[in-house]
Every structure is written in C-alpha cells, then in structure tokens.
Design a protein around this ligand. Structure first.
Ligand SMILES: N[C@@H](CCC(=O)N[C@@H](CS)C(=O)NCC(=O)O)C(=O)O
Length: 219
C-alpha cells in the first residue's frame, strides 16, 4: 500500500489520510511529490509526477492492490473498511453518522478559513487579522468540536481514539495554532491532544525539514 502526498508543510489534504493511517498503525509506503514552481499563482501548471500517479493530478492518492484512489475522504473510508478494528469511525451508529457529517462538512466547507489561512505548518506562531467570514468559520468549528468533545468525553472528537473525523480537522488544528485564531479552552485542549500525537510530531518535524518554499503561501 502506497500513499502519495505533497509537501508536508503545505499539503493539508495529504495530511488527513497520512495522519489517520500513521496514528492507527497502518503499514504503508509513501512518496512525497513536491509541488512545482509557481503554485498558488495563475501561471502554475502542476507537476508531471502528480499526473503520473493520480487520476486527478492531485494528492493524496493511495495505490493498493491495483486500486488507485484519489480524494482524501474516500481514502479514509477505504482504510476504515480495510481495518475495521482500528476504530477510525465510532462504533455507535449515531456517533458514526455525526463523525461522517463532521468530516463531510470539513471536506466541503470553511472556504474562508481555507482561503485566507492556508496550511503552513512551520510558520512561526503569530496572530493574523482575519475577515469576519474566517471568524464565522472558526466559531462554527469550535462549536462542533465542543459538542463532540462534550458528548464523547475526549480527548479526541469521538473519544479515546484518534479517528477519521480528527484526521479531517488536523490541518485546521495547525491553522488555529500558527495563525493564533481565537478559540475556547476546550478547543485548545483538543488541539494539544492532537499536536502531542507521535504521528503529528513526525509529520511536523519532516515539514520543518523540507527545503521547498511556496512564496504564495508565506506571509
Ligand atoms: N478534494 C481533494 C483535494 C486534493 C487537493 O486539492 N490537493 C492539492 C494539494 S493539498 C494538490 O494536489 N494540488 C496539486 C496541484 O494542484 O497541482 C481531496 O480531498 O483529496
């Protein structure tokens, strides 16, 4: 099983399946495909290697037993199907439905936060002035985190196991942290739990060591 990912520092979509698989102890190979020159500008034309391995010419993409699977959420579903004992989705049907709803809301939503505060893991922590639309996204995320944590008892969204819902929000944890976005203590405690994971530390350490800088995503 091989997961192709982009630059660890910037590729929020790559982080999602990678951290779910690593935290769950799934054995897999990986290849980092660095994004090309000019990413984030109208002149960007992609990277040939991406088109070779991915039908969407985007990462993440998983290759397994002849299956070539793009789309982060589909990869998370597939891994949960392959490894049902890893607890990537909650056991309870109601909690599982809510976890999937949260994952879907993250996959399709929060455009202001994603647009204004791109993932940049090694950015020194510093408060960014953000628009009202970003603050609305942040408040909504804090609400759904708080509700899930209250009901599950934490430390992760659906209890003691870092699962697919957590993986979908992992890049948001990084954004809240580096851009110092306003959040209540419960959200901070959740972020601390995520950022303490060995899988998080591994990803972050490798992101810091990457030589590639994408100017459009730096500030
Ligand atoms: N909906 C896709 C989004 C994937 C995506 O946009 N990946 C970006 C990096 S985070 C990418 O590969 N961009 C490369 C390019 O546009 O050349 C998913 O969930 O996996």
């Amino acid at each position: 099983m091989k997961l192709y990912i982009g630059n660890r520092n910037y590729s929020s979509w790559s982080l999602r399946p990678w951290i779910a698989m690593r935290a769950a102890g799934v054995d897999f190979d990986e290849e980092v495909i660095p994004f090309g020159e000019g990413m984030g500008t109208p002149a960007y034309r992609g990277t040939p290697r991406l088109a070779e391995v991915s039908p969407t010419a985007k990462v993440p993409v998983l290759h397994h037993d002849g299956l070539v699977l793009a789309e982060s959420l589909a990869i998370l579903e597939y891994i949960a199907d392959l490894f049902p004992r890893k607890g990537l989705w909650p056991e309870d049907a109601g909690a599982r439905a809510r976890a999937r709803a949260m994952a879907a809301e993250m996959h399709a939503g929060f455009p202001a936060l994603r647009g204004e505060c791109g993932m940049n893991m090694r950015r020194p922590v510093a408060k960014r002035q953000v628009s009202a639309a970003v603050l609305k996204d942040v408040a909504r995320i804090c609400d759904i985190w708080e509700q899930a944590l209250r009901e599950s008892g934490g430390p992760f969204l659906f209890g003691g196991t870092f699962g697919n819902a957590d993986a979908m929000f992992a890049p948001v944890v990084s954004r809240f942290h580096v851009y110092d976005l306003p959040r209540p203590p419960a959200a901070q405690a959740y972020m601390d739990a995520v950022m303490a994971l060995p899988a998080w530390r591994e990803w972050e350490g490798k992101a810091r060591a990457e030589p590639w800088v994408i100017e459009a995503y730096e500030d």
